[in-house]
Design a protein around this ligand. Structure first.
Ligand SMILES: [Ca+2]
Ligand SMILES: [Ca+2]
Length: 251
């Protein structure tokens, strides 16, 4: 019992450490990086079985029980097809059982606009009809809401979270591709849309840094941010003496 208490104490301490580390994601199935986005493919039109489904598995999310999951969101682009047939979706694991959280328009999750990067918004707290599918859980239903899911599994331990695409069968060309980025889980952004192409998830390493003069301060920013800074009047390189004088006029 003592050991159990100590373990609980350690877990509780872990859960409340602020900035304990960002979540990260690893790719599986036919998933691949395309620039800053993860391309999730379900291709049943070719001979490979490795790309029949795709996904990202998230680790170090800080999520303990389902009720501790406060943010779950992604940007997604269904390329040439749409959403439907059960994906794209998040999967929240409770041991061998899952709760599914569908992306796209409720209640059928078909009819996503192709070739458009959409933002799911935070799905936690979302009470759209059938957004949550708890049918694998005892007393669950295919058509649930966040509130209903919270009542059912709020105190249960989350053992994993994935973002999955596996509905190639649903489309005329037997192929579904969904590109995703800016996946937000409890304050972490995994695979940021604006990251350096090929950047490893959850890490800033390898990103080229650029010096700019920003309102009289010399700042260092990642290369992808340079364009936006130049637009609001920053200049390339460290500030010159004459530029430092401007500092006073800036709030
Ligand atoms: Ca295939
Ligand atoms: Ca297709």
């Amino acid at each position: 019992m003592k050991r159990f208490m100590a373990l609980c104490g350690a877990l509780a301490a872990l859960a409340i450490v602020p900035g304990a580390g960002a979540a990260s994601g690893s790719l599986f199935g036919g998933a691949s990086m395309q620039g800053n986005q993860v391309s999730l493919v379900s291709n049943l039109a070719d001979t490979s079985t490795a790309n029949d489904f795709s996904g990202i598995s998230f680790t170090n999310t800080g999520v303990t029980t389902f009720s501790s999951l406060s943010e779950l969101a992604t940007k997604f682009n269904v390329t040439d097809d749409g959403c439907g047939g059960g994906s794209p979706r998040f999967q929240i694991n409770f041991g061998s059982k899952n709760v599914f959280v569908y992306l796209g328009p409720s209640p059928n999750f078909t009819g996503c606009t192709p070739n458009t990067l959409l933002d799911s918004g935070n799905l936690i707290g979302n009470n759209d009809a059938c957004r949550f599918d708890t049918s694998q859980i005892q007393a669950g239903t295919q058509c649930n809401t966040y509130a209903g899911t919270l009542a059912l599994v709020g105190s249960m331990s989350v053992t994993g979270i994935q973002l999955v695409v596996d509905s190639g069968w649903f489309f005329a060309d037997k192929e579904q591709t969904v590109n995703v980025c800016d996946i937000r889980i409890n304050g972490s952004t995994v695979f940021p849309c604006q990251g350096q192409p090929g950047q490893k998830p959850g890490k800033g390493k390898g990103r080229k840094k650029v010096k700019l003069c920003h309102h009289g301060h010399t700042i260092t920013v990642g290369e992808p941010a340079v364009k936006a800074h130049l637009k609001h009047g920053d200049t390339m390189g460290a500030c010159q003496k004459s530029q430092h004088a401007k500092k006073k006029g800036h709030k």
